[in-house]
Design a protein around this ligand. Structure first.
Ligand code: UT7
Length: 319
């Protein structure tokens, strides 16, 4: 048994924060942000909007697109690094809002690669017959862990959620998955406190990144991961129809696309409008290109992500 995608959805908070607004907040410029990252604007959750709110709206859209009854979903997995609460996990909160009590619901905390991890886990459950119709979500409110005085990070991130419904099928679907992690790099990209390691007196948990060092390892790791996907699946040049990468930086995406030998017209880009939405970036990009008709049934897709941990992953998918 394999799993295939039967519906996708996404949700972006209403508020748009432009580079020009950031120019008034920190010592930066629209020109610097655009040339170094490709980002023009990002969406920011309202004060009363949480990660599970964004995830719920994305899930509702995926359910509507798949034309299924929500009750037929038999597992919920959410990739997020910005949960509403310590617990219950975001998947339980989404389950309650969908009114589908009973099925297992849990979250995966692997930062930007959270969706790829969640998708791979869901696929394994379908392959073993444990689940038939998982709902997989990547959702983040990165704005809550941003230090808005730190120009090296505050210009990069945004909020959003993307969702996918998988269904058991005789043919793949998800053909091949690759996951990896290297905790030795933990200090290069981290949220500097949390629960067991509490923030200092009067301080707030904040995302810290040594961007330039992350950049180098990201490019190297993504290149070797795509080499592995090509080799293990014996892929010929031009066989991948659409590359759907994590949207952290246009230059990282372009370097990986070059390694894949795929032209930029075949790369789904949302980084300009969304910024880096961590675990939400890949499912939102996927939904964007499915909804606007670029990705068609039968197309071969390569999804990938890299982020804090470091963690990384890729999925080769026949849509
Ligand atoms: O999603 C998880 C994984 N994350 C990533 O993949 C992010 C990886 N890193 C990056 O995308 C890039 O490294 C950044 C966009 C974060 C930075 O770009 P960069 O080309 O690596 O710049 P840099 O860090 O080497 O900084 C270059 C200069 C520095 O000034 P000096 O030392 O050359 O005078 C920075 O202080 O740019 C300065 N700078 C800024 N200037 C204006 C850093 N941030 C800003 C800013 N506005 N916002």
């Amino acid at each position: 048994m394999y799993s295939r995608i039967i519906g996708t959805g996404r949700y972006l908070p209403k508020r748009v924060l432009t580079n020009f607004e950031l120019e008034k907040m920190v010592d930066t410029s629209d020109e610097w942000i655009k040339t170094r990252t490709g980002i023009s604007e990002r969406h920011i959750a309202a004060d009363d909007e949480t990660t599970s709110d964004l995830a719920f709206h994305a899930a509702k859209q995926a359910i509507a697109t798949a034309e299924i009854a929500a009750e037929t979903i038999d597992m919920i997995i959410v990739g997020t690094t910005t949960p509403d609460l310590v617990f219950p996990n975001v998947a339980c909160l989404v389950q309650e809002r969908l009114g589908i009590a009973g099925c297992p619901a849990f979250s995966v905390e692997t930062a930007c690669s959270g969706f790829i991890y969640a998708l791979t886990i869901a696929d394994q459950f379908v392959r073993t017959g444990f689940a038939r119709r998982p709902l997989v979500i990547g959702a983040e409110t990165m704005s809550r862990i941003i230090d808005w005085t730190d120009r090296e990070t505050c210009v990069l991130f945004g909020d959003g959620a993307g969702a996918v419904i998988l269904d058991a099928a005789e043919q793949p679907g998800i053909i091949y998955s690759s996951l990896g992690a290297d905790g030795r790099y933990r200090k290069l990209l981290e949220a500097d406190s949390g629960i067991s390691k509490a923030p200092g007196q009067g301080e707030k948990t904040a995302l810290r990144m040594k961007g330039n060092e992350v950049f180098k390892v990201a490019v190297r790791t993504l290149e070797s991961m795509v080499d592995d996907v090509i080799e293990k699946n014996d892929l010929a040049q031009g066989e991948i129809d659409w590359f759907v990468p994590h949207q952290a930086n246009l230059r990282i995406i372009a370097a990986t696309a070059k390694r894949l030998n795929i032209p930029m017209e075949r790369v789904v880009l949302t980084v300009a409008e969304h910024g880096n939405t961590s675990a939400a970036s890949v499912p939102m990009a996927l939904d964007t290109a499915i909804r606007d008709g670029r990705i068609q049934r039968g197309d071969l897709l390569l999804l990938e992500a890299f982020g804090g941990g470091f963690t990384w992953g890729a999925s080769l998918i026949r849509y």
